[in-house]
Ligand binder design. Structure first.
Ligand SMILES: Nc1ncnc2c1ncn2[C@@H]1O[C@H](COP(=O)(O)OP(=O)(O)OP(=O)(O)O)[C@@H](O)[C@H]1O
Ligand SMILES: [Mg+2]
Length: 231
C-alpha cells in the first residue's frame, strides 16, 4: 500500500509509519520548548504523537533520572559509571516506551537520546567513544533516530536562560569549558551524520526556531507541518 499524499511512507526498517525524532543540544538550548511545539504540530497534522524525554520516559528510567540529575554522591560519579546509568535508563525507556510506541506506528518526539551521552560523557567528560558506541550496539537493538534536531547555541546563552529557573542540576553546574566541549561534541555529531542530523541555530526567538524545525521535519520526513498556534 502506498503512502497517502503528503504523508511519510513507512521507515526503511519495516516498522509501521511512526518515526523517531530526537531533539539534542546543551543546557537551555530550547529542547523541551521545541519538543512540545513540534509534537503539537505533528498532532495538528493528524499524526499520533508521543512526547518523551531522557534520562526518563519510563518509571525505572525516571527513577534513574532523579539519581543522575539530583545531588547524587558527595563525590562526582566516575564518568563511566555515569554513562552506564544513562544506558540503564535508556534501556528501560526503549523497552517500555520507545519500542511499543514505534511498533504501534506512533511518532515519537524525544527530548535527548544517545547523542547526549556521546556529547556529555565522551566529549564533555572523557569517556572513550568506543565504550559508548559499544554499549549502544549491545543495548539499543539497532534503534536509531529517523531525524535528530540538534539545537546549537553558545553555552553562556543557554545557561543564562536556565539560570532564572533556580536550583541548577548537576549538569548545569559543570565548568564552562565542559559546556564548550559538549557544544563542540554536538556539532561534531551533526557534521559526521548529516543524513540523520539537522543542525539548527537556536539563539533565535522560539517562534523562528520552531518554524525551522517544522521545515526540517517536512523536508526530511515528508510531512508538511503548520504552527497549530499561530501568533
Ligand atoms: N529560542 C529561545 N529564546 C529565548 N528563550 C528561550 C528560547 N527557547 C527556550 N527559551 C527559554 O529558555 C529556558 C530553557 O528552555 P528549555 O527548557 O526549552 O531548554 P532545554 O534545552 O530543554 O533545557 P535543559 O537542557 O535544561 O532541559 C526556558 O525558560 C524557555 O522558556
Ligand atoms: Mg529540557
Amino acid at each position: 500500500m502506498s503512502a497517502a499524499p503528503g504523508r511519510a511512507g513507512p521507515p526503511p526498517d519495516g516498522r509501521p509509519g511512526g518515526r523517531f525524532i530526537t531533539l539534542e543540544g546543551g543546557e537551555g538550548a530550547g529542547k523541551s520548548t521545541q519538543a512540545l511545539r513540534l509534537a503539537g504540530s505533528l498532532a495538528a497534522a493528524g499524526l499520533p504523537v508521543l512526547r518523551t524525554r531522557e534520562p526518563g520516559g519510563a518509571p525505572g528510567a525516571e527513577a534513574l533520572r532523579a539519581v543522575l540529575l539530583g545531588r547524587g554522591p558527595s563525590e562526582p560519579w566516575d564518568p563511566v559509571t555515569e554513562a552506564l546509568l544513562h544506558f540503564a535508563a535508556r534501556r528501560e525507556h526503549l523497552a517500555h516506551t520507545l519500542r511499543p510506541a514505534l511498533a504501534a506506528g506512533i511518532w515519537v518526539v524525544c527530548d535527548r537520546f544517545l547523542d547526549s551521552t556521546v556529547a556529555y560523557q565522551c566529549f564533555g567528560q572523557g569517556v572513550p567513544r568506543a565504550l559508548v558506541d559499544g554499549l549502544a550496539a549491545l543495548t539499543l537493538d539497532g534503534l536509531r533516530p529517523d531525524l535528530t534536531l540538534v539545537l546549537d547555541l553558545p553555552p553562556a546563552i543557554g545557561l543564562g536562560r536556565v539560570a532564572t529557573r533556580g536550583g541548577a542540576d548537576r549538569y548545569e553546574r559543570m565548568p564552562d569549558a565542559t559546556h564548550e566541549r559538549i557544544r563542540a561534541g554536538f556539532r561534531a555529531i551533526a557534521a559526521a551524520e548529516p543524513e540523520r542530523c539537522e543542525l539548527v541555530e537556536a539563539a533565535r526567538p522560539p517562534d523562528v526556531v520552531a518554524a525551522s524545525l517544522r521545515e526540517a521535519v517536512g523536508r526530511r520526513l515528508g510531512v508538511p507541518l503548520v504552527d497549530p498556534l499561530p501568533a
